[in-house]
Design a protein around this ligand. Structure first.
Ligand code: ADP
Ligand code: ASP
Ligand code: MG
Length: 470
């Protein structure tokens, strides 16, 4: 049984509490997925006296269920089945808390609202409706997590983060309005953080200036924690997940990958950008702006230690990690008029800018330009990468070829362009695969290969073995 006081310190890690320290702890879906996981996360939260704000994801699997309900494609039998799955997940946690009726009633209110919104979606789905539906995941999990704190004698306040997390109206992948968030936090959140209760709130969800619910895109809770860290002047941001830190590559692909004790912001940002799912790609941006160290650890096994991400590290290895980014598309634009002409690239990028599509990798030749785009999805699961109209606009002045079903394998390291023979080393590891594109030189921190999606995981295993194991 768990101690009922807040004095339980299971982390013998580098946390060193001083009066002014403020840690924002974020717990991902698996860390709050059931009663046992929530209990571990509770212990982790109270073990660090500086943790005053806890931001959590929906219970594991819940956002996927809500996205399905929001798709508008579920008949009434399917809706019943999904709602009952949601009930089971949350009732299991309530059972651990003694089965309180008040908690069940609260979850039932959410389920009634979700059912009503799912019916609306079956008539006409939309990204704003999806955001309203999926927000219930974080609202339910955070309510139960706050109840768990109070159940075990730690004073906790539930806080609706939509009061301070302000974004634009790009439903499904909204852009945070950093200055507004700063002043709203000062007004509504900071006073609570100075009190004696721990504030429990939601990641991922936010609101626009009209008060409509928005979301930061799938996996966005890490980003929420970092934005709140920035707004509240936190001294650390802790990302608690299902692995003890950031590894040399995804341990699901290479089980013997090694944990990395410390990373620079730059290295971690490159890893996140190039697909290391452990951190949402935007997470490091607010942390860098305020120079807030980010800790990544396992909520289930906090004693295993984790990774500190900060400005400087003691080691700067040439090869730090390998990442895999799926769902890539390659667009090759060619025109004989490009030879010796100027302004072609500007014209191309203008079209991409007009459609607000961010270009990732670029490579050019005499008559063509190759560009990769992330065919990632917003919260609704809608592929946003290549609008037909954008391709039509490009076809007005050049030939356009699109190839999908590709993945990017990125080697992340330091001063890579200064090391003789480095590209040969990496290339020799993947000699058996056809490489669609290579990007190297723009940053001394990465070397990227675009490969067929089906080849990429094997290629990653080989590169990892060759560069980080042998
Ligand atoms: P959470 O729900 O806690 O946000 P995620 O599933 O989003 O957790 O991220 C954790 C997962 O990220 C791990 O289970 C692991 O499979 C994956 N991952 C990908 N790349 C890495 C890496 N380099 N190091 C550690 N984990 C990684
Ligand atoms: N619950 C959201 C998702 O599953 C956000 C997150 O977990 O970070 O994408
Ligand atoms: Mg995540």
């Amino acid at each position: 049984m768990i101690e009922k006081s807040g004095s339980n310190r299971i982390l013998k890690s580098s946390f060193n509490f001083k009066m002014k320290e403020l840690d924002i702890a974020k717990f991902g879906g698996t860390s709050v997925g059931n009663f046992k996981a929530m209990l571990s996360s509770y212990k982790v939260s109270i073990s660090n006296k500086a943790t005053k704000l806890v931001v959590i994801s929906a219970c594991s699997g819940v956002t996927n269920i809500l996205v399905e309900l929001a798709s508008g494609a579920c008949n009434s039998v399917k809706v019943d089945e999904l709602i009952s799955k949601l009930r089971d997940i949350h009732y299991e946690i309530i059972a651990g808390l003694g089965g309180e009726q008040e908690l069940k009633d609260h979850i039932e209110e959410h389920l009634i609202e979700i059912r009503k919104l799912a019916q609306e979606a079956s008539m006409e789905r939309s990204d704003d409706l999806t955001d309203r539906i999926v927000s219930h995941g974080e609202l339910m999990s955070s309510y139960l997590f706050a109840a768990l704190f109070n159940h075990f004698g730690t004073k906790a306040i539930w806080f609706d983060i939509r009061r301070v997390m302000r974004t634009d109206s790009a439903f499904g992948c909204a852009v945070p309005l950093v200055e507004v968030i700063g002043s709203l936090c000062k007004e509504h959140l900071q006073p609570l953080l100075e009190g004696d209760a721990i504030v429990i709130s939601q990641g991922f969800i936010a609101s626009n200036s009209e008060g409509q619910t928005t979301t930061l895109g799938r996996g966005g809770s890490d980003y929420s924690a970092a934005l709140l860290g920035e707004a509240c002047n936190a001294t650390s941001i802790s990302i608690w997940t299902d692995v003890p830190g950031v590894y040399t590559t995804d341990p699901r692909i290479v089980p013997h990958a090694k944990a990395i004790p410390e990373l620079t912001y730059l290295e971690a940002a490159e890893m996140a950008t190039f697909g290391a799912k452990i951190l949402h790609p935007s997470t490091l941006v607010p942390a860098v702006r305020r120079d807030i160290p980010v800790y990544v650890g396992s909520s289930r096994e906090p004693e295993k230690g984790g990774t500190w991400v900060r400005t400087k590290t003691e080691s700067h290895p040439a090869f730090r990690a390998v990442a895999l980014r799926k769902n890539q598309s390659l667009i090759v634009l060619s025109s004989p008029k490009m030879v010796g002409a100027s302004g072609f690239l500007a014209k191309v990028f203008e079209v991409f800018a007009q459609y607000k599509r961010s270009v990732d990798l670029v490579s050019t030749s005499e008559v063509s330009i190759a560009i990769t785009l992330d065919a990632g999805t917003n919260t609704s699961g809608i592929n946003q990468a290549i609008p037909d109209q954008m391709l039509a606009d490009l076809r007005c002045f050049c030939h356009v070829k699109v190839e999908s079903g590709l993945s990017l394998v990125a080697v992340i390291g330091n001063q890579m362009s200064d090391i003789p023979g480095l590209t040969t080393e990496a290339l020799s590891a993947i000699r058996d695969y056809s490489v669609k594109m290579i990007c190297y030189g723009a940053s001394s921190h990465n070397l990227c290969f675009l490969l067929k999606a089906e080849d990429a995981p094997d290629a990653l295993v080989k590169i990892h073995k060759h560069l980080l194991e042998d």
